[in-house]
Design a protein around this ligand. Sequence first.
Ligand code: ATP
Length: 329
Amino acid sequence: MLAIEATGLTKHFGPEIRAVDGIDLRVEAGQIFGFLGQNGSGKTTTVRMLTTLLRPTAGTARVAGVDVLANPAEVRRRVGVALQEVGLDELQTGRELLTLQGRLFGLPAKEAREVAARLLEVVTLTEAADRPIRGYSGGMKRRLDLACALVHGPEIVFLDEPTTGLDPVTRDAVWQYVLELNRERGVTFFLTTQYLEEADRLADTVAIMDRGRIVAEGSPAELKATIGTDVVTLTFGSEADAGRAAAALNLFEGVQRVLTAGSEVAVYLPNGAAAVAAIVRLLDEAGAPARTLVLKQPTLDDVFLRATGHHLDDGSPRAAEAAAPGGTR
Ligand SMILES: Nc1ncnc2c1ncn2[C@@H]1O[C@H](COP(=O)(O)OP(=O)(O)OP(=O)(O)O)[C@@H](O)[C@H]1O
């Protein structure tokens, strides 16, 4: 069964901005689908259309088998959503909010309290659970919002960059819980992310979004396998050197592909280790000696680079947030 199905899904903002430019999606029930792309590539806009918060300019979408335009209320009942911008009632405590959410979705009081306690634990908010939300830091609010999306046990959960700005320990706890819900309860996740590692570790299928279009799709292993066997990444003192090096490397025996991004060059070839010495000689002869040389197996970043022509700026985990003081006034 398909959990999410979209055809020609499109959102334009005025004549200029093609935020989402005709994408097709097919997400099997029980999958974790990773939607990878840079800021502004159209991920959030896609999530907003699929969760009935935004009307598509064109195209159709069915979520849990329900048409998002024909029956938005039913779609909302079936899904959980945690978006990037968080709107929470600041006067309630985290525990009150979660328990209330559970009650609103029809859970009996005892179960609502239990679910709230369990989710507070997962998002490491147990200690802050009985303080008003207005005293929470940005990261704490994001975690609470994530817990809210899960409270009614939805069958499909949309998470928009769920771990951006979280410290590594909390990020790991969130990943674990996503995997647990997926493996044990078959919850389908549609997860947008700027983190390659997150997509690689969690997602069964990854779609790479660039400027409103899907430019590559497949399992992480399939995507990496399309690259070739090894990647030698070289950096140079200038873009001119990189250009000269790329021209020379293109003629090197066995090279499948050469990509240039600024003063960096990536060379794809079957047996990198055997070729390294010859590559170094070749670059010396070409008058473009490399500053650094790294030989590695392909990663999703290599896939991203090939699909989009640029690196994913996935600025590794940002600084951990400090817990805000209680603020009970
Ligand atoms: N309401 C709006 N009005 C005009 N332009 C918009 C609106 N919402 C989004 N856009 C534009 O659409 C494009 C895609 O935005 P979107 O938020 O979907 O990207 P994203 O990949 O989710 O990025 P981010 O990670 O920053 O949320 C961007 O150029 C954005 O500026």
